[in-house]
Design a protein around this ligand. Structure first.
Ligand SMILES: O=c1nc[nH]c2c1ncn2[C@H]1C[C@H](O)[C@@H](COP(=O)(O)OP(=O)(O)OP(=O)(O)O)O1
Ligand SMILES: [Mg+2]
Length: 218
């Protein structure tokens, strides 16, 4: 997946870039992203699934750069919202909405639903303070690696289960992480270190699965 020890990731999300740089850095690989290629066209994410969107991002950038390219399409599925925002997670509160606006919209929608999780149904740790768990949720990540010379994809998907808390906490990660409570850790995703997040996250799991497929293909 590399050209001279570099992995090209077709993303304009700085949080994803940090996480891929951390993961690939441990393998001695550098990460570059669409921030390093400002002339690339914007990609319309019009797929019906995470996987379709990931394939489109990887193929578009790989064909423009004539290089192998990795792409990530990911999002949050909230049970009390019937799986929303799902593939629309990045634009939940509107086209190019900030993480803060998307998080505020998520809490608004859950309040409108009157969503609440019964504490005694939670396996693991519940928040110690007065904060409430509003709904079960999961993060999903689809990765696609496209090779423009062979016209072929390698793909992987990962998920992680948690709960939406009404009280944001933590400064790590990005996106919905401050609202994503991990009963396994008794913390939000934003309170984990980079290594802890990589070990359990949807993205970390998808990447591990992708790397195994690449090793097996050698
Ligand atoms: O680990 C995560 N922790 C918290 N939130 C996350 C995570 N992973 C995805 N998310 C949220 C952020 C964004 O609202 C959406 C991804 O949308 P998605 O289209 O895949 O990415 P994006 O538009 O930010 O960047 P790009 O398409 O250039 O890769 O899901
Ligand atoms: Mg996007």
């Amino acid at each position: 997946m590399t050209a001279g020890g570099t992995v090209v990731v077709a993303t304009k999300n700085a949080g994803k870039v940090r996480e891929f740089a951390h993961a690939f850095g441990k393998m001695g690989l550098q990460v570059v992203s669409m921030f390093d290629y400002p002339d690339l066209p914007d990609i319309v994410e019009d797929g019906a699934t995470f996987s379709e969107n990931a394939r489109k991002k990887a193929k578009t950038v790989a064909e423009a750069l004539h290089m192998m390219v990795l792409a990530d399409d990911s999002g949050l599925e909230v049970e009390a919202l019937g799986g929303r925002p799902g593939i629309y997670s990045a634009r939940y509160a509107g086209e190019s909405a900030s993480d803060a606006l998307n998080n505020a919209k998520l809490l608004d929608e859950l309040a409108l639903e009157g969503a609440a999780v019964q504490r005694d149904t939670v396996q693991g740790s519940i928040p110690q303070n007065d904060s409430l768990l509003l709904s079960k949720a999961r993060f999903v990540c689809a990765l696609a690696l496209y090779n423009p010379s062979s016209g072929s994809f390698v793909e992987a998907e990962g998920t992680v289960e948690g709960f939406i808390t009404d009280t944001p906490s933590g400064a790590g990660g990005f996106g919905y992480d401050p609202l994503f409570w991990l009963a396994s850790h008794g913390r939000t995703m934003a309170e984990l270190s980079k290594d802890e997040k990589q070990a359990i996250s949807h993205r970390g799991q998808a990447l591990a699965s992708l790397l195994i497929q690449l090793e097996n293909a050698q």
